[in-house]
Design a protein around this ligand. Structure first.
Ligand SMILES: NC(=O)c1ccc[n+]([C@@H]2O[C@H](COP(=O)([O-])OP(=O)(O)OC[C@H]3O[C@@H](n4cnc5c(N)ncnc54)[C@H](OP(=O)(O)O)[C@@H]3O)[C@@H](O)[C@H]2O)c1
Length: 173
């Protein structure tokens, strides 16, 4: 039976490349992005479904999760949406630093939380999150980005204990 991967931030970069790779390898792909109406490439593949998702929008996370699960079984959730905020700390506004954590950290947490009940019920499933070397060491002028990626590492490691116990995997790449 075909497997299915759900991807966040599939409009560009690693997310889009992942959608294409899995599609080419015969998986069903649910490629989510903020503006699916602008997508001109992934929409051409019969095994790729586009759904709208801004990972900072909790209501949309809930709606899109339900829409994705209504399509069929999901095996892998790839939390990939994110961006890097660069700059010396005193030049960064409060709004910018909160937005960085809302996207890179809470976006991942909230999408994962939305899928856990489904994976728990079937006692299988895998969460993968795009981490960074900036989640393992600190770099200059990226303190908030690095903090968001360090947070992902600690959160994933802690969560692995409660998820692995019920057959669910969680990884950072
Ligand atoms: N490229 C690298 O060298 C590198 C290294 C380490 C880690 N990473 C990580 O890899 C991930 C993907 O980055 P990339 O390099 O592929 O960058 P990218 O080409 O800029 O792609 C980022 C993706 O995230 C999406 N995104 C941003 N904010 C979002 C939000 N609020 N809701 C939903 N989607 C959102 C973007 O969507 P829009 O098109 O709507 O903006 C885009 O699809 C990120 O988590 C990044 O931190 C990248």
């Amino acid at each position: 039976m075909k497997k299915t991967i759900f991807i966040t931030g599939a409009s560009a970069g690693i997310g889009k490349a992942t959608a294409k790779l899995f599609s080419e390898r015969g998986w069903n792909v649910i490629a989510t992005m903020r503006k699916p109406e602008n997508e001109t490439e992934l929409n051409l593949s019969s095994n790729i479904t586009l759904l709208p998702l801004d990972v900072t929008n909790l209501n949309q996370i809930k709606e899109t999760t339900q829409r994705a699960l209504a399509i069929g079984d999901i095996d892998v959730v790839f939390n990939n949406a994110g961006y890097a905020l660069f700059g010396i700390l005193e030049a960064i506004t409060d709004e910018q630093m909160v937005a960085q954590m809302e996207t890179n950290f809470f976006g991942v947490v909230r999408v994962t939380q939305a899928f856990i009940p489904y994976f728990r019920e079937k006692r299988s499933g895998l969460f993968i999150t795009t981490g960074s070397s900036a989640g393992l060491m600190g770099f200059p002028v990226s303190s908030m980005y690095d903090a968001s990626k360090w947070a992902i590492e600690g959160w994933s490691e802690s969560l692995s204990y409660e998820l692995n116990a019920v057959g669910i995997g969680i990884k950072t790449i």
